[in-house]
Design a protein around this ligand. Structure first.
Ligand SMILES: Nc1ncnc2c1ncn2[C@@H]1O[C@H](COP(=O)(O)OP(=O)(O)O)[C@@H](O)[C@H]1O
Ligand SMILES: [Mg+2]
Length: 434
């Protein structure tokens, strides 16, 4: 169905939507078989993942009249508008009623599931039973919706739309790059990795921002450099003046300087990540957004979360910022609460939930939180100590890599995967088993 051409990737979801579109369009052939069409579909997922885009393709494909409802009126008026929309849908059947961003309908108190708007939707859906009206809805957060509303018979199909990954992300990026007129050598796969975990809307915005930067510079073409700066600016909230500053104005060996500590901390994360999961680092910066004084190291999520060695590697990568400052300057890095929280969470999950420390420590932290804490926490602390020593060993054996990344970060203030590759090609990477 050509209506779905504008939705790039998401083949499995598109296939399901096309099938529903066919049922809605060619209802008679299905009726002959004695089957009834699904009554409703809910598409849910984070903002910007393409729920509205997919819903509009389905509406077009169905060839039916669509009545669209979005919360654009105060509560009382909106309830009236909802009732009127359902009435129109019933009168013009076969039709579709589209409830976009349904979790925003009761914005007075979205946690109260008995809000008038939801009660209205539910009774309106029940009222159109037996009529040929398909109810299509989207929501960012279905947890705020009453479960009775989501049950089969009202929304027979519930489909989660996630952020694009792998080939989908690359193809969406390539699609948006193609839409810009003058583009230099931009590799869609590299940009997609750089924006790993972002929504379709964020991918679209990043390439447009890159174009705006190029326009402001009166450049002839949009380059990779513009794209990287746009990513740093739009996704990581780094001010443009920082990005254009280049060389950082600090003494890279003076641990009294805050920026120096951040540089070595991030270099630690990046170096250990590259030893344990080569090629995974996409972006390192000594700056993060306006409100934070720290930097960040982004890694591509290679989908290996279910493999224990990768989870232990994650712990070492989290601890590596602290380890780098201890190793380099003999100081205790105190800006590490988030790193430690992450490390403890992973280790606790491995020991308590996955029995990595033996079956006697298997506990359900939801059923038995106190006992879990009392028994698993000491074991987790021992494991963290062990992995911290491993992390320091990795850094000691890969000091050239650590120093290379820190120096480059000082010179450029941010590093891409290509920069890291270059640094790695000039030093010997020594593997350490965990
Ligand atoms: N699969 C996709 N292919 C191409 N563009 C997409 C895709 N998904 C989303 N977009 C674009 O991203 C933006 C946000 O999509 P939208 O459907 O409004 O997201 P949502 O409803 O989930 O918040 C739109 O400009 C849309 O065209
Ligand atoms: Mg939407």
């Amino acid at each position: 169905m050509k209506e779905f051409d504008k939705v790039i990737g998401y083949d499995a979801i598109k296939k399901e939507l096309m099938q529903i579109g066919d049922v809605l369009k060619n209802n008679e052939s299905y009726k002959k078989l004695g089957v009834t069409a699904p009554r409703g579909l809910m598409l849910h997922g984070d903002p910007g993942v393409g729920k509205t885009l997919m819903a509009s393709a389905l509406m077009e494909a169905s060839g039916r009249k669509a009545i669209i409802c979005r919360k654009d009126k105060p509560n009382g008026d909106f309830v009236k508008a909802l009732k009127a929309a359902f009435k129109e849908a019933k009168e013009t059947a076969p039709s579709i009623i589209f409830l976009d961003d349904m979790d925003k309908f009761a914005n007075g108190d979205s946690r109260r599931r008995d809000q008038e708007e939801y009660v209205t939707v539910q009774s309106c859906i029940d009222n159109i039973k037996g009529k040929d009206v398909f109810v299509l809805a989207t929501a960012n957060d279905i947890d705020v919706l009453p479960s009775s509303l989501l049950r089969a018979g009202r929304f027979d199909r519930v489909i989660e739309v996630c952020n694009p990954r792998g080939d989908d992300a690359v193809n969406i990026m390539a699609h948006y790059i193609k839409q810009k007129k003058c583009v230099g050598e931009i590799d869609a796969a590299v940009v997609a990795r750089l924006l790993d975990g972002c929504s379709c809307a964020e991918l679209e915005t990043a390439i447009n921002e890159a174009g705006l930067l190029a326009g402001y510079e009166r450049a002839d073409v949009i380059t990779m450099d513009h794209v990287i700066k746009a990513c740093l600016h739009t996704v990581h909230d780094i001010p443009n003046d920082v990005l254009n500053r280049g060389h950082l104005d600090v003494d890279i060996y003076d641990a009294n300087e805050q920026v120096t500590r951040v540089i070595w901390h991030e270099a630690g994360h990046a170096a250990v990540a590259e030893v344990l999961d080569p090629g995974s680092v996409t972006l390192v910066s000594a700056y993060s957004g306006n409100k934070s004084s720290g930097g960040f190291t982004s890694q591509y999520n290679n989908g290996n979360n279910g493999i224990i060695e990768y989870r232990m590697a994650d712990v070492c990568i989290s601890l590596a910022g602290k380890a780098a400052l201890e190793q380099k300057f003999g100081i205790t890095d105190i800006g590490v609460s988030r790193d430690l929280e992450q490390a403890f969470r992973t280790v606790t999950m491995l020991i308590g939930g996955c029995c990595s420390g033996g079956f006697n420590l298997h506990l359900d932290r939801f059923e038995n939180p106190d006992e879990t804490e009392a028994r698993v926490d000491p074991a987790a602390a021992v494991e963290i100590e062990r992995l911290y020593r491993k992390t320091k060993e990795i850094l000691a054996k890969n000091n050239d890599l650590l120093c290379g990344i820190a120096k480059a970060l000082f010179e450029k203030s941010y590093l891409t995967a290509a920069d890291i590759e270059k640094i790695k090609s000039n030093c010997r990477v020594v593997l350490v088993s965990l």
